[in-house]
Design a binder for this molecule. Structure first.
Ligand SMILES: Cc1cc2nc3c(=O)[nH]c(=O)nc-3n(C[C@H](O)[C@H](O)[C@H](O)COP(=O)(O)OP(=O)(O)OC[C@H]3O[C@@H](n4cnc5c(N)ncnc54)[C@H](O)[C@@H]3O)c2cc1C
Length: 431
């Protein structure tokens, strides 16, 4: 790799290269020199997600539903324009007959469009929801999140640099002076006119680094408090079922969300998630080196619920495999229930500035919100920067690693999940 010639000067440094970071880089890249710095050790929520970009049918408040609806509609259009397959299994909402009237009313009040499908799909026949009524959620989008990130990356490949943030230095406590990154073993100070943290769950940790570098004691305390309360990290159990004969069905049923994708030319995979239990939610920075613990009782209960809803799984037991994991899901604290603490102003997504000039930390909360947060941030950045600084983008391109695109794969097709035999799941629990 060629030696970097001292500092790397750019208009915009974006720390965190997943859906939001890429979206923002693509928005700004035509006009400004952009460095998109990503730490592969950071974990990538987008690739953990099930790819259901929901317009908020399962939400309860309009403040959340409206932006979600806008964002989901956008991604559908975006998928069409980028030749990305979507809705292999369109999003279905399965409702008990006695709740039909109230639920449909709720959707219509929120301007969410549905089409009545009638009886439940074959995958749910004979199960606990057999007599329920099925609707198609016309404003939801189901797509492969890795395909989304890969497509965004193709537009900004020569801005993508792999490295680890080792330090942040401030100019007079009022602006970020430089972000020092370890890139291929060398420390490179990246000096940007605007710095953005888009590392999601790692943002709180990065903000704590900024707070620690603040000299003024009062600002230091305030910034440390912001880093501590800026995000809620929820723990979400995910169950994967994979097999050749599995029907393609995406359905919200009896509190379970099933999302189906084609995992290979023969296999279909279901990603199943129950409601989130906020008992394990934490506020502020988390040590991302540790994987959250899998609770066997919770997995057993979830498997039981799934089989109740879809008895077909037992029939197909011989050809199915399954895996389970607990992932982090970072959201605005007000989304994460009373256990996560109160915040003043509710919003579905978040932009934090810490009072620093030319700086923002962003959380989309959901993949679907990434374009809204990205658009708002891009507007602010353009307003702040005005004309480009005239930096040579070739300096960034020299540190970039094209080809990393190949590594971007949604977790649900990953072979490194600990896949187990379906038939043996009872013995797994009695061990
Ligand atoms: C299990 C699960 C299910 C989900 N389901 C859905 C869903 O169904 N629908 C939906 O809309 N959303 C869903 N989400 C939420 C969604 O995935 C996230 O809100 C979204 O991915 C956040 O996007 P992002 O680009 O900000 O962050 P991420 O996708 O988390 O990417 C952050 C990036 O920053 C990098 N990084 C981390 N630390 C550092 C560092 N110190 N320096 C540099 N780079 C760093 C990482 O490597 C990564 O590339 C789900 C999340 C989880 C975990």
């Amino acid at each position: 790799m060629p030696e970097p010639a001292g500092d790397l000067d750019v208009d915009v440094l974006i720390v965190g290269g997943s859906v939001l970071g890429h979206y923002l880089a693509a928005e700004l890249g035509d006009r400004y020199s952009v460095c998109l710095l990503t730490d592969p050790a950071g974990g990538d929520e987008a690739l953990e997600s099930d790819g259901l970009l929901s317009a908020g049918y399962r939400g309860t408040d309009v403040g959340r539903i409206q932006p979600a609806r806008r964002a989901a509609g956008y991604w559908k259009l975006w998928a069409e324009n980028h030749d990305i397959a979507y809705d292999a299994a369109p999003s279905l909402l399965v409702v008990p007959p006695d709740e039909e009237v109230a639920t449909v009313r709720f959707w219509l009040d929120a301007a969410l469009h549905v089409e009545r499908e009638g009886p439940v799909p074959s995958a749910l026949r004979g199960g606990s929801a057999s007599s329920h009524v099925c609707f198609r959620a016309l404003d939801d989008v189901v797509l492969d999140p890795a395909a989304m990130v890969r497509t965004l990356r193709a537009r900004v490949e020569d801005s993508c640099v792999t490295g680890e943030v080792v330090d942040v230095t401030l100019a007079n406590d009022s602006a970020v002076d430089a972000v020092e990154a370890s890139i291929d073993g060398q420390i490179v100070p990246i000096v940007a006119r605007y710095t953005v943290f888009a590392a999601d769950a790692a943002n709180a940790d990065l903000l704590a680094k900024v707070a620690a570098r603040t000299r003024n004691a009062i600002s230091r305390r305030e910034r440390a408090e912001a880093a501590r309360t800026c995000q809620a990290v929820r723990k979400q159990l995910q169950l994967f079922v994979r097999g050749p004969g599995l029907p393609l069905v995406t359905a919200s049923v009896d509190g379970l969300q099933i999302v189906a994708h084609r995992a290979s030319s023969t296999d279909v995979v279901w990603i199943v998630t129950p409601e989130i239990d906020d008992a394990a939610t934490t506020l502020g920075p988390e040590d991302l080196r540790f994987t959250p613990q899998l609770d066997r009782d919770a997995v057993a209960a979830l498997l039981g619920r799934l089989v109740d809803v879809s008895p077909l799984l037992e029939e197909q037991a011989a050809t199915l495999r399954w895996a389970a994991r607990v992932r982090r899901k970072t959201e605005h604290p007000m989304m994460a229930g009373p256990g996560a603490g109160a915040v003043g102003r509710p919003s579905p997504a978040k932009i934090e500035s810490m009072g620093l000039e030319g700086f923002a930390a962003l959380w989309p909360g959901h993949v679907s919100y990434a374009m809204i947060v990205g658009d708002v941030a891009a507007e602010r950045i353009v307003e702040h920067l005005g004309r480009p600084g005239g930096f040579d983008h070739a300096d960034v391109a020299r540190l970039a690693r094209p080809g990393l695109t190949l590594d971007l794969e949604a977790r649900f097709v990953s072979e490194d999940l600990e896949w187990k035999d379906w038939g043996a799941f009872r013995s797994w629990f009695s061990r």
